[in-house]
Design a binder for this molecule. Sequence first.
Ligand code: ATP
Ligand code: AMO
Length: 438
Amino acid sequence: MEKIRIIDSKKHVGETVQIGAWIANKRSSGKIAFLQLRDGTAFFQGIVVKAEVSEEVFETAKSLNQETAVMITGEIREDSRSKFGFEIGVTDIEIVGESKDFPITPKEHGTEFLMDNRHLWLRSSKQHAVMQIRNAIIYASYDFFAENGFIKFDSPILSGNAAENTTELFETDYFGQPAFLSQSGQLYLEAGAMALGRVFDFGPVFRAEKSKTRRHLTEFWMMDAEYPFVTHDESLDLQEAYIKALIQGVLDNAAFALDALERDTDLLQKYIDTPFKRVSYDDAITLLQEHEADEDTDYEHLEHGDDFGSPHETWISNFYGVPTFIINYPASFKAFYMKPVPGNPERVLCADLLAPEGYGEIVGGSERETDYDVLRQKIIDFGLDPKDYEWYLDLRKFGSVPHAGFGLGLERMVTFVAGTEHIREAIPFPRLLNRIEP
Ligand code: ATP
Ligand code: AMO
């Protein structure tokens, strides 16, 4: 008899098969038991009819606890009443692993309790759906980069210098010398771009974020890309195509997960079909000022030169209703490696992509400074030691070319596409300000 996975069940209609699964839920009456089965690929109903099976099998079905592991034998049938369209008419049940008092029951639980039990919470249908979306985004990302001629280039996780903001570094001891966990592979990717052309990186990065928000993790996965001989404008086109390809990948390959989360897929389709907005930082500030007295706004007044807070980002992205690039931010609160806007040294050639529906920034990118002397001076102005960046400065000595790149925070993208509330559900084991376990 063939052992199949639930996801493949429709190819086996009419056949008697075996499915290894866990009991997600169970209802039974005197005559019939409904088993909600899950095998990781999907959730699925098993029907055990007393009159059609041995007494022993029916008693076993009635005794099954939540999360007991079973090997089910039965016939795959089409059934329009089941959400999945199919079900299995159970003829035999073998218990593989017992389960007793599974802590996460169908009733409501508090967040801290669920987080303490994250290793078990992952089995719920909601977490299953979010993880499937995460997986679809990862595969779509690899596909996009492969189709667009990018080479995967892995940057180190242990580093002797800061890539972004020195206040958010995790420091460790490297045989008596300080080392830092990577905040972004970008600087190494720039070296990669000069060696291999279009490169991308996908790996964990670490930021000692002291903030407790629904958008910050201390360990998250970043998709970083870098390409030579392009300007930041050209880079925006690529970023837009990339984000659309990721959303498309989820619509194509994880539609069932979006459905389980009741995500509005028409909205996702709209983000693919509509050009993203591109608004300069200064125009965005002016727009915010013009609307600050409106009845339905509740953000603080900002002057040109101030950084946005979450309420400003939320308002801007809601105003446009599609993903919006905010370009040319003030140099004062952006990283040292960004190239100034020609003729306006106060602003830099960068963009943050704000996701609509209040999801905030999901991508950060920029055109990089190419001039050795200017870059060296900026490193000093930012309070960094040029000695730590000698290798990086070298890239400006030997055939420096215009180049740009961007980084996408995977978990922010997952949260946005899944339409979920908090970033902690977008990664299997979230690391947060007050949590490093399980
Ligand atoms: P982030 O700030 O989100 O860590 P980033 O590294 O790109 O990502 P910034 O460019 O400094 O950092 O910030 C982008 C936006 O993130 C800010 O404009 C703000 O809206 C939001 N943000 C940053 N810190 C917080 C916080 N503690 N609480 C709420 N929102 C925050
Ligand atoms: P930036 O600092 O904007 O850019 O980070 C890129 C993206 O990473 C995500 N992100 C986070 N996600 C979860 N938790 C956090 N604490 C967190 N912080 C940032 C966001 C953000 O847009 N080197 C540049 C990229 C580049 O220019 O190539 C960089 O790191 O989605």
